[in-house]
Design a protein around this ligand. Structure first.
Ligand SMILES: [Zn+2]
Length: 629
């Protein structure tokens, strides 16, 4: 049996002050030095206070900070990959910070000057942002949103120590569905009595690849905990309300209600790829999850991290994390399988696939189209189309990314094949020359053909193999019969033409000589040969035969290898269904049966005939209308 899950460090941190304690702290805060904090810090304070970041009770001390950067572990060795720090910016704060010393108590205030939390400062130290960027993100390039956020929204001086939260912020439209770890532990384990819970984090409306990963997990584990992220440092994304509503729409229509819990997660996404994926696992464990789904490029951005870097890093920490990762390959829709699949489950090539790049789907929405139904559920699309940011296209008619990225992201086949599942192009398309018309074409192809491919295979097979023609497509047979008839007429005419043709003609543009006429005839006959025979219903008659009467299949009892008393019991059972005048044939190799069965049958007044076939017997009983003696 599975051991009971525990939060990271064994105990859920609670640093939220309530009642009297809170009132006193609020009163005291008026006299304290004040530091203005931004939204990101407010989010972190709430996460610490509610236990989302257990075992942290505040912002990291320097030895933990350095150890996290250098070893991906806290100073004492516990896995932790991203620093939890307080580095306020702004000139006003600068003066206050300069005056602070270890042991001071500080009020952290929001824009409206309300004290949100109290910091019990233990240490003040300087961070090297370049080093942090390099070690957390693996890059110092500012086009990486996490790096940019570090460089512009964080100061150089870090204040560390435990915190006490005074004010929980209002999450606006999400306040009602907000869940904190103390809620989720209760819901998962006390209310729902789950033993296993799989966490899934997302920053996008659900596409069908996500749905597949979630449902594969639900086939095995008890519950699913979905966390749409409601903060993001990305510039192009879906607005939060739409993202949540899109998820609700998907869950309502496609998921059993009692197996899924959804709660928005307020965490500032940093796009630190594998390192952030580890943090996400630890966070999920603090919510009570036993498992976490890891797909392709978890918490990644652009091409900064390899597709499965997060999965590799999980393998390094292994059981130490206390949450089990479920690794998935990239999911796609295979039109030949007619289902979502991954490379692990589908043998077909890319020419059949609609792939599910998140950014590709976003650009399709910006162009103003519903993505293929194979990639996104229409119920989700309805909301996603309204929540995409930015909307529409630029002055050149292009969405966020080059059209070729969208083609590669959703329709990779299009570069090499004329259509989904179709024949290869003579020459691969040059991605440079892909434009928005290609997106139209590929999308139209997907709409027309994605469901048709498997259907065509089915139609072809049923046309030739359905033995009953009751529901067959008669027009196919009719069309082929008529086509053959036209071809035969043409051949007759051309045979006449060959007979009449001259060896040499004076105007080869107008008349054909015998050689040419023969060539025409030959090709026409070849086409006739290529045309198959129309399958009229009577063609199927010879496919149906049986070596014995049908009744015999219905009324034959095979008890070869069965010993007393089974053959007799079975005989009695089957004879109950045999009508007057009908026969039951019993096949047995048990000598005693050849005595007991006929004895019983004769007593019942039935006719019995016994035939010995080598070491076996055939006992034929005929039910007769006359009453038993
Ligand atoms: Zn397939």
């Amino acid at each position: 049996m599975r051991e009971k899950q525990t939060p990271v460090g064994g105990k859920l941190v609670d640093r939220t002050l309530k009642g009297r304690e809170k009132e006193n702290a609020q009163e005291g805060a008026k006299e304290l030095p004040k530091i203005k904090i931004n939204k990101d810090i407010e989010i972190n304070l709430e996460m610490i206070a509610s236990g989302v970041l257990s075992p942290h009770e505040g912002f990291m001390l320097q030895n933990d900070y350095q150890s996290v950067l250098d070893n991906g572990r806290l100073a004492e060795g516990m896995p932790w990959t991203i620093p939890i720090t307080l580095a306020p910016v702004g000139d006003e704060n600068k003066e206050t910070i300069n005056a602070l010393k270890a042991g001071d108590t500080v009020a952290l205030v929001n824009g409206g000057n309300t004290a949100i939390a109290i910091l019990h400062m233990e240490e003040k130290y300087t961070q090297d942002k370049k080093e942090r960027a390099e070690k957390v993100f693996g890059t110092t390039e500012t086009q990486h949103p996490g790096v940019e956020n570090l460089f512009t929204n964080q100061g150089n001086t870090l204040l560390s120590g435990k915190i006490d939260l005074l004010e929980r912020s209002n999450w606006g439209p999400f306040e009602e569905i907000r869940l904190e770890p103390q809620d989720t532990w209760r819901i998962f384990y006390e209310e729902k009595k789950w033993k296993t819970v799989v966490g899934f984090q997302t920053a996008n409306p659900m596409h069908r690849g996500h749905e597949y990963l979630q449902k594969c997990s639900l086939e095995i584990y008890d519950g699913l905990f979905i966390n749409p992220i409601v903060e993001t440092t990305r510039k192009a994304y879906f607005r939060n309300e739409f993202r949540i509503k899109a998820y609700e729409a998907a869950l309502k229509t496609y998921y059993p209600k009692d197996r899924v819990v959804m709660a928005p997660l307020r965490v500032t996404m940093q796009y630190a790829g594998p390192k952030e994926a580890i943090l996400h696992g630890l966070i999920r464990r603090n919510f009570g999850c036993t498992h976490i789904i890891l797909g392709r490029d978890h918490a990644g951005f652009g091409n900064y991290y390899s597709k499965y870097a997060a999965q590799e890093l999980y393998k390094e920490y292994d059981e130490e994390l206390g949450i089990e990762p479920i690794f998935f390959r990239e999911a796609f829709y295979c039109t030949r399988c007619a289902s979502i699949a991954t490379e692990k489950t589908c043998p077909h090539s890319e020419r059949y696939r609609i792939t599910m790049s998140g950014t590709g789907i976003q650009d399709i929405l910006r162009y103003g189209y519903a993505p293929p139904k194979e990639a996104m559920r229409p119920e989700v699309t309805q909301i996603a189309l309204q929540g995409i940011q930015p909307k529409g296209v630029d002055t050149n008619g292009v969405a966020m990314n080059p059209p070729s990225d969208t083609i590669k992201g959703l329709f990779p086949y299009y570069l090499t094949h004329h259509r989904l599942g179709g024949y290869p192009r003579n020459k691969k398309l040059d991605p440079e020359k892909i434009d928005i018309r290609d997106i139209d074409n590929a999308l139209m192809d997907a709409r027309e053909n994605a469901t048709k491919i498997y259907r065509d295979v089915y139609d072809e097979i049923t046309h030739y193999f359905d033995l009953s023609r009751n529901i067959s497509e008669r027009q196919r047979t009719d069309a082929l019969r008529d086509t053959i008839e036209r071809q035969e007429n043409l051949i007759t005419a051309l045979e006449e033409k060959v007979k009449m043709a001259e060896d040499n003609v004076h105007d080869p543009f107008m008349y054909q000589d015998r050689e040419e006429a023969k060539k025409e005839l030959k090709v026409t006959k070849k086409i006739l040969k290529d045309l198959q025979k129309p399958l009229e219903p009577e063609e199927f008659k010879e496919r149906i035969w049986n070596p014995m009467d049908f009744e015999r299949y219905r009324h034959t009892l095979d008890v070869i290898g069965e010993v007393c008393p089974t053959p007799l019991i079975e005989t009695k059972r089957m004879m109950a269904d045999v009508q007057d005048g009908e026969e039951l044939l019993i096949l047995t190799d048990f000598p005693e049966s050849v005595e007991t069965i006929p004895m019983w049958a004769v007593k019942k007044g039935y006719d019995v005939a016994i035939d010995k076939k080598g070491k076996k017997w055939e006992v034929l009983i005929t039910k007769k209308t006359k009453k038993p003696k």
